[in-house]
Ligand binder design. Structure first.
Ligand SMILES: [Zn+2]
Length: 364
């Protein structure tokens, strides 16, 4: 029997995601991000158990996605083998920048290596090897068509673009320091301040959904690797922390529109459910009733209530499922029978004792 699952693992306010596909016992896996430094140790036995992954994708350089990889590469013997790694470091940003038209190129930031590239080089795992330019970008020629993996998984790249990669260059050093990823950073810096999240009293879905969409403009998020994974006719959109407009433009290139909505078994909601990464426009061209959120709510108070209201309001007729990998104030506030009945949704939380971990059957 075919298997296709997405498992959210405990990753603090970030992502540590595993896609599994195939027919038992020949199951295959892709690992997307590794959460914060402290999230790696509890995940290690599981990674050891996988033995090998077809793809290890590090979506972008924010600490809540990549710090766990720094922990991974600290020990000389790696607990698993990656057949292929996707990661855009400074060399890839430079290559993307060089491909832009001269008037679109951005000035270069400081040269600085970071810990993950060092670790990857030592691992011997092939980096971005199926892209001739070694840049994981929708503007690389290989990004134009679905990419096939062993066992029959197909990935369609949605983000980043060459421009969104190049735009990270001027702030590369600043972002490395912020994420504690410089080779010189021996201790983790203090966490960034919360992003001005306002705790709203009560949940008025109509009012929340009517609030303006303010697009995320942080440069590392714009450089996120986002893709659709497809197996056995089911698709999941792994949105990382990508920009909504880049993902939407890619979906439209694939033929998605308001009248031909793009069918998804699940949307791994971008940026932990921040209001600025899933626009009404994007919601208007997907056909999806299952939304997965990876965050414990720390630091930024994700998911934003405006976004969940936007999702509910976008499709009031069909039953929807909200999947949360942590019980926390910003998720428990939606687990209210009156709200669930009125807006036709249910909430999925981890099994008690398994906080942070939820497995979703994408073929169900
Ligand atoms: Zn993130």
């Amino acid at each position: 029997m075919a298997t296709f699952t997405l498992t959210l693992h405990p990753a603090s306010e970030g992502d540590a995601l595993i896609l599994t596909w195939g027919k038992a016992p020949a199951l295959r896996h892709a690992l997307v991000d590794l959460g914060r430094g402290g999230d790696y140790k509890p995940l290690k036995p599981l990674l050891q158990g996988l033995g090998e992954v077809e793809l290890f994708a590090l979506s972008h350089i924010d600490a809540d996605h990549i710090e766990g990889a720094v922990s991974l590469f600290k020990a000389p013997d790696l607990p698993f083998k990656a057949r292929e790694v996707w990661f855009n470091a400074r060399a890839q940003l430079l290559a993307a920048n060089a491909r832009l038209a001269p008037e679109q190129r951005v000035p270069l930031g400081s040269k600085q290596a970071e810990k993950v590239s060092e670790g990857l080089a030592a691992s011997g795992w092939p980096l971005n090897s199926r892209f001739a330019s070694r840049v994981v970008s929708v503007d690389s020629p290989e990004g134009a068509a679905p990419l096939t993996f062993a066992g029959g998984l197909q990935l369609t790249l949605l983000s980043p673009t060459d421009q969104s990669l190049a735009n990270l260059l001027p702030v590369w050093l600043k972002e490395l320091i912020r994420a504690g990823l410089r080779l010189e950073d021996l201790v983790a810096p203090p966490p960034p301040p919360a992003d001005g999240h306002v705790h709203l009293g009560g949940l008025d879905v109509e009012a929340l959904a009517a609030m303006d969409f303010k697009p995320d403009q942080t440069k590392p998020n714009g450089s996120s690797i986002a893709f659709i994974a497809q197996y056995n006719g089911a698709r999941v959109l792994m949105a990382a922390d990508a920009y909504s407009d880049i993902v939407e433009a890619s979906l439209r290139r694939l033929g998605a529109s308001e009248t031909q909505r793009y069918r998804l078994a699940c949307l791994k909601v971008a940026h932990h459910g921040s209001q600025g990464n899933t626009s009404p426009g994007l919601l208007g061209i997907i056909d999806c009733t299952c939304f997965a959120f990876s965050t414990d709510g720390s630091r930024h108070g994700h998911p934003d209530p405006q976004l969940i209201a936007r999702i509910l309001k976008a499709d009031p007729q069909r039953p929807k499922t909200l999947v949360f990998n942590f019980r926390q104030p910003q998720t428990l506030c939606w687990n209210v029978p009156a709200l669930m009945q009125k807006w036709n949704y249910r909430c999925v939380f981890p099994t008690v004792g398994q906080e942070g971990r939820v497995a979703l059957d994408l073929l169900a």
